[in-house]
Unconditional design. Structure first.
Ligand SMILES: Cc1ncc(C[n+]2csc(CCOP(=O)(O)OP(=O)(O)O)c2C)c(N)n1
Ligand code: SF4
Lengths: 365, 245
């Protein structure tokens, strides 16, 4: 594999779909292998990857379903390969089994999720209904890192970052996009990470290591099941402790004019763009609105959100999302005890524009 | 004026959404004609898949439900076991049946589940934009095998009729095609035979039907029929593979 060749060369302005941006960023980040199964709106990641990968010596396998795509990634990363997958909707549901294994075995799995409408086959278009699934899906404790992007530039940036995060911290890492971001075109700057001083975190194998078993190394027995309650308890507590320790380094968010805001709009992903537009329009009308956007949904910027509420003295918050309260529940559990009055704008599986938010805010005054 | 052909009662008046030259529509009509002629419309339950025929429920004038991708045989099993006097069939594409749904179809057959499967093999994922299917032929170009399917990379095309005919639970397994009138007539007979197998409680029945996808093959309607004949039939031979007495 020629993972180190420069893929992009000089920084260039491009006009791409989000799926194309994922592909280029994965190549630039040195991803060596993609495993995937077709599902809209993620398909073009595979289409571009299968066309481009051979030119850079990278590999691809279309598996029989998403369960297999997730587990092949689990196998490949244990072999020391920078592998990834991309999926959506019911595919994300099926991948919860391998994602859970990645959580349990601390595997550097990276997956791109392009949310579509649910439940089940739902729509193939757009939603923000995979927040609960991506952050806390599976029979575990949600020891995952989830970046929710809002622009194509971020898709590019966080795909590169996502691989690095996964390999540095060894918690499964997700880029949470959606059908709008996947399918629409937008300008962005593509670059080779090294050009920006971004160091690519090296990969290493856990299996098939050098040396002779019994002589200079022990056989690897990578465990995913425990005989005793206490054994598992120790493992999960250790994970929780490590996760909490690294969380401050990982947390990312964007705050817009919260300092003097009377009302804060909380949203994530593409909806945050509508929120920022709404803030601008509302301010022009003399309404002091601000917006807050978690970029990492896991770990959640709870201290930063509490601080935004405290310093602004805002009495009201609007949570706007293209789901029926998934961000709302996540937020409430994170800022338990705050007395700010929370209202909501829930549009499951449907887009939200500035106008929707402006109207809602006016009705709250 | 003499009426020589009418819309089968088992089809609604809804217009098919299929691309021009797609043979999904012919297969829908054959199923409807068989059910009419066997007087089964009112007692039939169809399980539609996720795939291009996802909207089949709009076209069939009897009870239908839509399964999640690949799971139609499991849902059919649940329905048939609870309503054993109904005629239950699934309608599935090759991605649905031979890829993600491989487990469900093999086990439905192993259990001798008394259902009928209409398996539409067009060597490609139609609905999601022409990706490689387990049935994609060697060398065939798809959106996930842009340089042609290679054995070293993606293995061999799945011969589902041959595979399932090995199972004791399979009572009737055949492969047909709808590329010309003679084959269409043969396909119709086979569908009737499969349904009859179910009515007699003999076990699992499946009619694999070679079908076209002119859109994702990048061919005209006529070229697609020829492509099916010259490329698919040599690899996927037609005929009956299992007929239990
Ligand atoms: C769990 C899950 N994974 C993927 C999909 C996306 N998907 C919908 S239809 C389809 C394949 C369709 O191909 P096929 O079964 O061959 O039928 P055709 O469209 O060719 O008739 C896929 C992969 C889905 N709906 N659910
Ligand atoms: S995409 Fe292919 S299978 Fe689907 S309706 Fe069009 S021709 Fe038929």
């Amino acid at each position: 594999m020629q993972a180190n060749v420069k893929v992009v060369g000089d920084t260039k302005k491009s006009f791409l779909t989000g799926n194309e941006a994922v592909t280029w960023a994965a190549l630039a980040a040195g991803a060596e292998m993609m495993f995937g199964y077709p599902i809209t709106p993620q398909n073009e990641v595979m289409h571009y990857w299968t066309r481009l990968a051979p030119k850079y010596g990278r590999g691809f396998l279309q598996t029989e379903d998403e369960i297999s795509a997730g587990f092949t990634v689990c196998g490949a990363v244990q072999a020391g390969t920078k592998a990834f997958t991309a999926t959506a909707g019911p595919g994300n549901v099926l991948m919860q089994e391998p994602f859970g294994m990645a959580e349990a075995m601390r595997l550097p799995l990276f997956a791109v999720i392009q949310q579509r409408g649910g439940p089940s086959s739902g729509t193939v278009i757009y939603s923000q209904q995979e927040v609960a699934l991506t952050t806390y899906g599976g029979n575990g404790e949600g020891h995952r890192i989830v970046y929710s992007t809002a622009t194509h530039q971020e898709i590019y940036d966080y795909t590169i970052k996502g691989f690095n995060t996964a390999w540095k911290y060894r918690f499964p890492t997700f880029l949470l996009g959606d059908g709008y971001q996947a399918k629409m075109r937008e300008p962005l700057e593509m670059y080779d990470p090294e050009e920006r001083g971004i160091e690519i975190v090296p990969t290493y194998p856990l299996l098939g290591l050098e040396g002779h078993i019994g002589e200079n190394r022990e056989p690897q027995h990578l465990c995913n099941i425990y005989s005793l309650e206490e054994e598992l308890y120790d493992v999960v507590l250790r994970f929780a402790e490590e996760y909490e320790k690294i969380s401050p380094e990982l947390i990312e968010y964007k705050e817009n004019q919260c300092d003097d805001a009377d009302i804060i709009i909380l949203s994530h992903g593409v909806v945050s763009r509508a929120a920022d537009d709404a803030v601008k329009a509302l301010r022009a009308q003399g309404i002091k609105a601000g917006s807050f956007r978690p970029i990492t949904l896991r770990p959640f910027p709870q201290a930063q959100l509490r601080e935004a509420i405290a310093k602004s003295g805002a009495k009201k918050m609007l949570i706007a999302e293209s789901a029926y309260g998934q961000l709302d529940r996540l937020t409430k559990q994170e800022i338990y005890g705050e007395t700010i009055k929370i209202e909501n704008l829930f549009k499951p599986g449907v887009g939200i524009i500035d106008y929707d938010i402006i109207n809602k805010i006016k009705s709250m005054l | 004026m003499k009426v020589v052909a009418t819309r089968p009662e088992s089809l609604t008046e809804e217009k098919f959404h299929y691309c021009p030259g797609c043979t999904h529509g012919i297969i829908h009509r054959l199923i409807a004609e068989c059910l009419d002629e066997m007087n089964l419309r009112e007692q039939t339950i169809g399980i539609c898949p996720v795939g291009c025929s996802v909207l089949a429920y709009d076209y069939f004038n009897f009870d239908t439900l839509e399964a999640a991708h690949g799971r139609a045989p499991a849902i059919a099993t649940g329905v048939k076991r609870m309503l054993p006097d109904r005629c239950v069939f699934t309608y599935q594409g090759d991605g649905d049946l031979a890829s993600i749904g491989m487990g469900e179809i093999v086990h439905a057959s192993l259990r001798g589940e008394n259902i009928t499967v209409i398996f539409v093999n067009n060597t490609i994922y139609g609905m999601t934009g022409g990706q490689m299917a387990p049935t994609t032929l060697i060398g065939q170009v798809t959106t996930t095998s842009p340089y042609g399917r290679k054995v070293e990379q993606a293995g061999y095309p799945a011969k589902m009729a041959e595979l399932l005919s090995q199972n004791e639970g399979s009572a009737y397994i055949c492969r047909m095609a709808v590329n010309n009138p003679a084959n269409v007539n043969r396909t119709k007979k086979a569908i009737k035979k499969a349904i009859q197998t179910q009515l007699e409680g003999k076990g699992f029945s499946m009619v694999e039907i070679l079908s076209t996808c002119p859109t994702n093959w990048g061919l005209s309607s006529i070229e697609a029929l020829k492509w099916l004949e010259h490329n698919m039939i040599p690899y996927y031979p037609l005929g009956e593979f299992k007929v239990k007495d």
